[in-house]
Every structure is written in C-alpha cells, then in structure tokens.
Design a binder for this molecule. Structure first.
Ligand code: SAH
Length: 254
C-alpha cells in the first residue's frame, strides 16, 4: 500500500471502540498487551489502539505505532480534567504545548525539563493547529455534536454549547481530584488549560521520531473533588461520541 498511515490512540476503550468501528477491512494484531486494529478510513491507512492510562503506557503504544506500523502521524483523542476556570465540561481542547507536569530533575535541571532533550514542552506548529481547528469547529458551529449526542444528554451533564480551545496541556501519572492539586499545578504552569495522563508522553515519542502529532481532549471533569463522579457515564454517553465525531471531521467523512 502507498500513502501515509495514521495512528489513532485513546485511553478509554469505549472511545476507541467507536473509532475502530469506522475502519474498513479491519485486521487485528496484539502486541505487548495492546490490540492494534489496522484498516482504512476514507481511503487512508489507519491503525487504532487503546493505549491504557499513563505516560509509560502511552509512550510504549506510540513507539509501537511508529516502529511496527510505520505511522507517519499520531492522533490522540481522550478526556481531560479542566484546570483553567474558563473551561467547562464538554469543551474540546487541541494541544498547542504539552508539558510533563511530574517531570522534576531539580537541581540537575529546571523543573519540567525532559532530560537530555533540553525541552520543557513539546509543541504543535501553528499551521497544523489552524487546519485542525478548521476541521473540528463545524462540530460546534454547525451543531453536529448537539445532533449526534442529543441536547437532552448534553443538558444532563450541564453542557449547553461546547467551546473549542487551543492551548497548553499538562500530562502526568496522577488523576487530579482536588483543588489543592489543581492550585499547585496552576501556580507552577499558569497557562495550562487541562490535565490528563498521556498527551505529553505521546508528544515526546513523536518529537524524537519526527512524527507529527495531534492531541485532542474533551473536558470530562473539573479535576476537583467531584471529578470521579459520573465519569463512566460521561465516557459512555458523551466523550465516546465526541471521539468518533472528531475523527470523522479530521478525515472529512460523515
Ligand atoms: N476513574 C476512571 C478512570 C479515569 S483514568 C474510571 O474508573 O473509569 C483517567 C483517564 O482520563 C486518563 O486517561 C486521563 O488522561 C484522563 N483524565 C480525565 N480526567 C482527568 C483528571 N482529572 N486528571 C487526570 N487525568 C484525567
């Protein structure tokens, strides 16, 4: 086969199942406790995989996508907790810069610096971000998400009109579930919009292999004391549908 190959990763099985269902001629292969399904979406070679949670799981999965499946690009879709007060449940965040908030080799180097790379964040370039914004904004502007999910289900989660943000994301091996954790992160990294557990690990592996990456997150919780409540229902009824809608928009297929 010719043409590029895209890898799609997600950290929740429900989200990835919906995307796997978009594949034509799916072929499954298990490597290192992950199930990789290859096929095509809209004629583009694609491999879809549930990465599991956390930086190590995500990095191992991204490396396999690159080395075994020769992907030219990785797209990660998943959920995240809101850190910035302007974000609400149901909003979408496209990552501009990704930080590993639990990377701290002080006093050897500054906080957040990834050893030997001399970088405190991994960045997505503006022209790519603009293309992604253009592809995804109809979900909100044209009301595609409201139609697919249903205004009543959205209302149950307090979502009226979701917003699309482009900005900074922090990743680390911690589930954020209290205001103290949030405040500490905000004080150290004031530009962070949301927190999750995989994005910056995928970004590092992609950076090291010169593979393009896109990290897109749906806000599932406010990273506070309530963040575990309704999480499974949100994944099942809302974010799994967001992921499918986002991927369809990025592939321009409906
Ligand atoms: N409690 C859930 C599991 C959540 S795991 C359950 O039992 O099903 C958290 C996953 O969602 C990770 O992949 C992470 O990237 C993302 N995430 C969502 N909200 C988060 C938060 N508040 N803090 C950290 N990660 C979060």
């Amino acid at each position: 086969m010719t043409g590029k190959t895209i890898g799609i990763m997600g950290a929740m099985p429900q989200e990835i199942d919906g995307v796997t269902a978009l594949l034509n001629n799916p072929v499954r292969r298990v490597i290192g406790m992950r199930s990789y399904t290859s096929g095509t979406i809209n004629g583009i070679n694609t491999v879809v995989v549930f990465s599991r949670w956390g930086k190590v799981a995500a990095a191992a999965t991204a490396a396999t996508l690159i080395h075994v499946f020769n992907v030219d690009e990785i797209i990660f879709t998943g959920v995240a907790g809101a850190i910035d007060h302007s974000l609400n449940v149901g909003d979408i965040v496209i990552a501009k810069r990704l930080y590993q908030h639990d990377m701290d080799a002080r006093p050897l180097m500054q906080q957040f610096e990834v050893p030997l790379l001399g970088k405190t964040f991994f960045e997505c370039d503006d022209s790519k971000l603009n293309k992604i914004r253009e592809a995804i904004s109809p979900l909100i502007i044209d009301g595609i998400l409201k139609d697919r999910i249903g205004a009543d289900v959205l209302a149950q989660f307090g979502i009226s009109t979701p917003n699309l943000h482009i900005g900074d994301i922090a990743s680390g091996d911690q589930f954020f579930a209290n205001n103290e954790q949030k405040a500490t992160l905000q004080a150290a990294l004031p530009t962070i919009l949301c927190v999750e557990m995989e994005g910056a690990a995928v970004a590092q592996v992609c950076f090291e292999h010169k593979v393009a990456f896109t990290i897109i997150r749906t806000i599932s919780d406010a990273a506070d004391e309530q963040s575990h409540i309704d999480f499974p229902r949100f994944i099942e009824e809302v974010s799994s549908k967001y992921s499918v809608c986002i991927i369809k928009q990025l592939y321009n297929t409906n």
